[in-house]
Design a protein. Structure first.
Lengths: 489, 225, 237
């Protein structure tokens, strides 16, 4: 590390050295990370458009039903996969890998690997989505991408995995911080469970319901061993960085990680309750889902105590606002999820829009919001430009917050009502369908709000990326309220 | 954390355990299931000479299964009949599936061993289809329903139209045998002189739907009268 | 603390504003885990164990699909009647020659409907099945000369209950009305004839017959003379 000149009275030499290294790291990972961010945001726009169309199709069956390629049965999986593999994975590669690089405290030499990986990844997702629209989709939830597209994704991922190992090995310093555990775990788990699921469900299908059990295991893993760890890693990094306070407890962080790792991949099979599988399968899933309250409470408590007393800063900082919204949603969504798996509740909610609402709750209100927060923190450090417009950030936050709250609440309530009606055999099924319609309409209002938020975000980002002089010279962090005092990043 | 080997061991073990406990063990338990006779003899073996169930679909029905999967029908329909989740004494399900006459018994793992792609589904935007061949056994009804679900549901269905599976063409001479039969004065019927004819994919799909029946017992799930 | 002083030193570094105002890299505090979380974890582990025992489907059995699964109830075995079993065996083994109608093929395979051999003594019929029959034979007034294969241990080796079933079936179908042939009866005949390797002839098969087994159904003919079958309406299958 070079000797930096004394910049101001607060920085010690070591501190400035660290900042120099961080500067170098940011520089070395700038292009790959921005490439992933651009990909992620473009996929976000595409995915939101697809989701909006399917939300309309769900109660207007005639909407865009004339052509085979956009029939609901194909468009809905396309929307889900665009959001998961397009937006979700690209934003993970952007933010989590940057955090990994930063925490390694050593500049990255192999950024080119990441760009190659990103190109392959986007090609794979495009091929997969066109395949779905052409009808080559699989019938397992989460694994709909055609079997010829996923090898492209796995090749891309191989580059990322290699990069991750190199980055970790090059690290300086002795300790391994919380975020790194989560990122390492997720980077290792994802290719393994994805490949296993592809083998057993798509490429060489297992016999009978073993396919269903494997794909249920897969969806649980995507939630708990890929999206959740990456989002938690982001939260564990952004919160102390913005507030300047340490995480409340190392021990709680450790417990949270260990319990998530142990329990997380057993929860998926709970969705097979009542299905054509032996009863132990769903019972195991139920026990694991209920025990998940432990990591959830642990992590939520840890992060809450880490931010306690800083309410003004949370409200002011875009990054923190999104992250804390995400963490609070994590708590609520997981609590609902744990309670929902009990047989008596599940009997009502199974097969209804309640399940879709829960899934949306966890993937958007938790994962996506936390990753938005991560982007708000990370991107100025890569582009060396501040966010151009706090109005657009305001639109983004409230669009997303309102939108997801409306959508999730509508789906949960609609699902609860239709589930109760479905359990009453005297109610004709067509009446059950009719009773969900108002809630589906409300849900699409929520989707429109989300779309508004995402467009605001995309505008803000591209304005920043192709920054003109006036944006470039903008000083200070872009905050959501005018700062009376020095504020957070 | 400074102990990297333990971290990596833990990461490895956590997924290995669930893989073995859920995926491998269910494969061991259920991966070897084969069709079997409806009842077993006193020794617990299949009875020689009895037909084996479930029967593998052949021909048009098998093609129809591929059409069903390609159109993404599994996004809205399940194909599983559940039992009540409450503890109960009599073997008849008290749960909504059997009460709604969506099946005479619950489905078990063996019911799916002859399916290439298992289509049990996970959402019921529309009704369960495991026994649709018994509930709506008329091919013309199925065709009308696919052509425009509003025809068969008094305009209330939210299922999308699959009119692209059908061809509206001018009647040459007499109407073709497999043209859709609309009700008189139906608002959905084609113009005079035109008929709606299913394509080969529609025929296959309807064959498949009509073959969806649960009219056999299995030793682990007998149909109780 | 003011981090807003933007460094104007453009020396070797160009640390931009956002980097300078960042706080230090994250670190953990060392507060202990609140006790209630540990209690919660322990309580949930206990609950999980109890739940798995109660709802785990009898120790993770692959046959337990419902909560009222009873492993001691044994397999679901529905006792099918002798005739139903016999019908299945007949369809699998006999229709190829004797036809589904039981009328055989004239000149080639004897009829079973109205056959005095079928409705006659159980032992002679059992002998035919267990060891086969070769050579000329007169059935219902017609001559046949062929080979009936053995279905006992020296031949196709049907199980005794299957033999009992098929004999009962043919004795009570197509207008035939004779007694059941029980598995116990067949077991007895198997002891006597199971090891015989050569098929019978029409003359041999009716010599040295034992007692007719006690019939529960309508009485069968006692003698080994050829007797016409009764023309009763067959019971519905």
């Amino acid at each position: 590390m070079s000797n930096a000149p004394q910049s101001n009275s607060q920085s010690t030499c070591t501190d400035a050295c660290v900042r120099t290294v961080l500067h170098e790291i940011d520089g070395s990972i700038r292009f790959p990370a921005l490439f992933f961010v651009v990909s992620a945001i473009l996929w976000l726009v595409v995915g939101t458009a697809l989701t909006l169309i399917t939300a309309l199709q769900s109660y207007q069956p005639g909407f865009m039903s004339g052509c085979e390629f956009v029939t609901y049965g194909r468009l809905y999986p396309a929307a889900v996969n665009a959001m998961l593999f397009g937006w979700g994975c690209n934003v993970i590669f952007a933010v989590a890998l940057w955090i990994m690089a930063r925490l390694s405290l050593a500049p990255i030499r192999s950024g080119g690997l990441l760009i190659v990986a990103g190109l392959f990844w986007n090609v794979g997702v495009k091929v997969g989505l066109f395949g779905i629209l052409a009808g080559h989709l699989n019938s397992a939830e989460g694994l709909e991408l055609p079997g010829y597209a996923t090898p492209i994704l796995l090749i891309a991922y191989a580059f990322i995995g290699v990069w991750g190992i190199l980055a970790f090995r090059a690290r300086q310093g002795q300790g391994v911080y919380v975020s790194q555990w989560y990122i390492l775990g997720a980077l290792f788990w994802f290719p393994w469970f994805y490949t296993v699921a592809e083998f057993m469900v798509v490429w060489f299908p297992a016999r009978g319901v073993v396919q269903s059990i494997t794909s249920a295991w897969f969806t649980g893993n995507v939630q708990n061993l890929w999206l959740t760890p990456m989002a938690l890693a982001t939260a564990y990094y952004v919160i102390p960085k913005v507030l300047g306070r340490p995480i409340h407890s190392y021990n709680l962080a450790l417990l949270g990680f260990v319990s998530l790792a142990l329990l997380g991949s057993w929860t998926g099979v709970a969705q097979l309750i009542g299905g054509p599988v032996p009863i132990w399968v769903s019972s195991v899933g139920i026990v694991a889902s209920v025990m998940m309250v432990v990591p959830v409470i642990t992590v939520s408590l840890n992060l809450y105590l880490s931010v306690k007393g800083s309410r003004a800063e949370i409200w002011r900082s875009p990054a923190l606002r999104f992250v804390m919204f995400g963490i609070m949603s994590y708590f609520f969504a997981s609590m609902i999820g744990s309670v929902m798996t009990f047989r008596s509740i599940s009997e009502i909610t199974h097969f209804t829009t309640f399940i879709s609402g829960q899934s949306l709750h966890l993937t958007y209100a938790f994962f996506s919001m936390v990753m938005f927060g991560g982007l708000y923190f990370m991107v100025p450090r890569l582009t060396k430009v501040e966010w151009p417009s706090s109005t657009l950030i305001f639109l983004h936050f409230w669009g997303s917050a309102f939108g997801i709250t409306i959508s999730v609440v509508a789906l949960l309530i609609g699902g609860w009502i239709s589930g109760n009606q479905m359990n009453d055999a005297a109610v004709p099924f067509i009446d059950v369908v009719q009773s969900t319609l108002p809630w589906l309409k409300i849900r699409s209002i929520g989707e429109v709000c989300l779309a508004v938020g995402h467009i605001a975000f995309a505008l803000n980002f591209f304005w920043m990326l192709f920054a003109t002089g006036s944006v470039r010279s903008k000083q200070g962090p872009t905050l959501l309220e005018s700062a009376n005092q020095e504020g957070a990043a | 954390m400074k102990n990297l080997p333990i971290l990596f061991c833990g990461i490895l073990l956590s997924l290995a355990l669930s893989f073995m406990g859920l995926v491998l063990s269910s494969n061991i338990q259920l991966g070897g299931l084969t069709p079997i006779t409806e009842t077993l003899d006193e020794d617990g073996n299949a009875i020689d000479g009895d037909p084996l169930f479930p029967v593998k679909m052949l021909g048009a029905a098998q093609q129809g299964e591929a059409v069903y999967a390609d159109l993404g029908c599994v996004a809205c329909h399940t194909q599983q009949v559940r039992r009540s989740l409450q503890l109960q004494v009599d073997r008849k399900g008290l749960g909504p599936d059997i009460e709604r006459e969506w099946g005479k018994r619950h489905t078990v793992a063996r019911d799916y061993v002859t399916q290439g792609r298992v289509l049990i589904g996970s959402k019921r935007v529309g009704p369960d289809l495991k026994t649709i061949g018994e509930r709506q056994g008329d091919a013309n009804w199925q065709h009308l329903h696919l052509y425009n679900p509003k025809i068969t549901s008094e305009g209330l269905s939210i299922m999308p139209r699959y009119a692209f599976l059908y061809e509206t063409r001018a009647i040459e001479g007499t109407a073709s045998i497999n043209a859709l039969q609309f009700e008189a004065d139906s608002a959905f019927a084609p113009a005079a002189g035109y008929e709606v004819v299913p394509t080969q994919r529609a025929e296959a799909l309807v064959e498949y739907l009509l073959s969806l029946k649960l009219n056999y017992s299995l030793p682990e799930a007998p149909i109780s009268e | 603390m003011s981090d807003e002083q933007h460094t104007k030193d453009k020396g070797e570094q160009d640390l931009h504003d956002s980097l300078m105002r960042e706080k230090d890299e994250p670190r953990d505090g060392s507060s202990p885990i609140p006790i209630f979380i540990l209690f919660l974890f322990a309580a949930l582990c206990f609950w999980g164990g109890v739940y798995l025992i109660k709802f785990g489907g009898e120790h993770f059995s692959k046959d337990a699909y419902t909560l009222d699964y009873d492993p001691h109830a044994g397999r679901v075995v529905v006792q099918i009647s002798l005739r139903d079993r016999g019908f299945k065996v007949f369809k699998a083994q006999c229709v190829v020659c004797h036809q589904e109608s039981g009328l055989g093929v004239p000149g080639v395979y004897p009829t079973l409907a109205g056959s005095e051999w079928v409705t006659g003594h159980q032992e002679s019929l059992a002998r035919i099945l267990i060891n086969g029959l070769n050579g000329p034979i007169e059935v219902a007034g017609n001559q046949f000369n062929g080979n009936m294969p053995a279905f006992g241990p020296s031949g196709l080796n049907l199980k005794p209950q299957d033999l009992a079933g098929v004999l009962t079936y043919i004795r009570q179908e197509w207008g035939n009305d004779a007694s059941d042939v029980t598995e116990a009866t067949i077991n007895g005949y198997m002891d006597q004839y199971g090891s015989r390797g050569t098929p019978w002839t029409a003359e041999e098969v009716v010599t040295d017959l034992g007692e007719e087994p006690v019939a529960e159904a309508p009485a069968a003919e006692d003698s080994d003379d050829e007797a016409p079958a009764d023309a009763h309406a067959p019971a519905a299958h």
